[in-house]
Write a protein that binds this ligand. Structure first.
Ligand code: ADP
Ligand code: MG
Length: 244
């Protein structure tokens, strides 16, 4: 499995007459089959970067190669198709479809891939079991707790067996205990399924669980502290780089 490669990536937003630079010359390789955290203060560009990696948005310029594909070269339809086959996304606010049950939310991306029904149902049952929600299959999102909704979202992101799973602040809307359980679940799924996880977060619990960390501030990458320094002492320095 190949690394995720980003070079000379730029992205800005236009707010009326104001040009807001969101990402400035991002050069980055993310290793596959690891748990990588993208950290930085609010407004630093984390969501923008994940959306570009996840082919939800397009850069102004620069290159992203993911799962061996230079995604900037793909047209809209090919990009959507590529995304559905290779990338799973987990959102801060879960983004479940409110009229579908937990089972149906997980099943939905598999229907899009035209997987035969029997195989599909078996896969959803297996995923529900893996995230500990077999008894909630028929519940609508509104009938689930925040942590349970995020479990459904994790199962949905993993349903099509993507190579890369991207999660934008997956624990931000959860209390710390529930957040810790969600991180453990994602860690376990990452190891068992050998997928590559990339998270944005400024949650110290997420940072401590990471294999690799990338720091971003004002749209620019910051020098990376050694993994050994993560979650440990040099707290002044860490604080500055990590806290919201
Ligand atoms: P983060 O996820 O780290 O909080 P974002 O990627 O959401 O950061 O935002 C990066 C910068 O881009 C911020 O200055 C933010 O205000 C700006 N921004 C994000 N989305 C938009 C948008 N749709 N229109 C204008 N500015 C935006
Ligand atoms: Mg964000």
């Amino acid at each position: 499995m190949s690394a995720l490669h980003i070079s000379q990536l730029y992205k800005h937003y236009q707010l009326d007459a104001v040009r807001v630079p969101a990402l400035i010359d991002i050069n980055l390789d993310i290793q596959p089959q690891r748990f990588t955290v993208l950290s930085g203060p609010s407004g630093s560009g984390k969501t923008t970067l994940l959306n570009l990696i996840g082919c939800i948005d397009k850069p102004d310029s620069g290159e992203i190669i993911i799962a061996g594909q230079q995604v900037g070269k793909l047209g809209d339809n090919a990009l959507a198709d590529f995304r559905s086959r290779h990338i799973g996304f987990i959102f801060q606010n879960f983004n479940l479809l409110p009229v579908l049950t937990a089972f149906e939310n997980i099943e939905y991306p598999l229907i899009l891939t035209k997987m035969p029904a029997a195989k599909r149902k078996a896969r959803v049952a297996q995923l529900l079991d893996a995230v500990g929600l077999s008894d909630k299959a028929r519940n609508l999102p509104g009938q689930l707790s925040g942590g349970q909704r995020q479990r459904v979202a994790i199962a949905r992101a993993l349903a099509t067996e993507p190579q890369w799973v991207l999660a934008d602040e997956p624990t931000a809307n959860l209390d710390s205990q529930t957040g810790a359980a969600i991180i453990q679940l994602m860690r376990r799924m990452q190891r068992e399924l050998k997928v590559s996880f990339v998270f944005s977060s400024h949650d110290p619990q997420v940072l401590a669980a990471a294999d690799d960390a990338v720091f971003i501030r004002d749209g620019q990458l910051q020098p990376m502290p050694a993994k050994t320094a993560l979650g440990s002492v040099d707290s002044n320095n860490n604080q500055q780089q990590v806290a919201a």
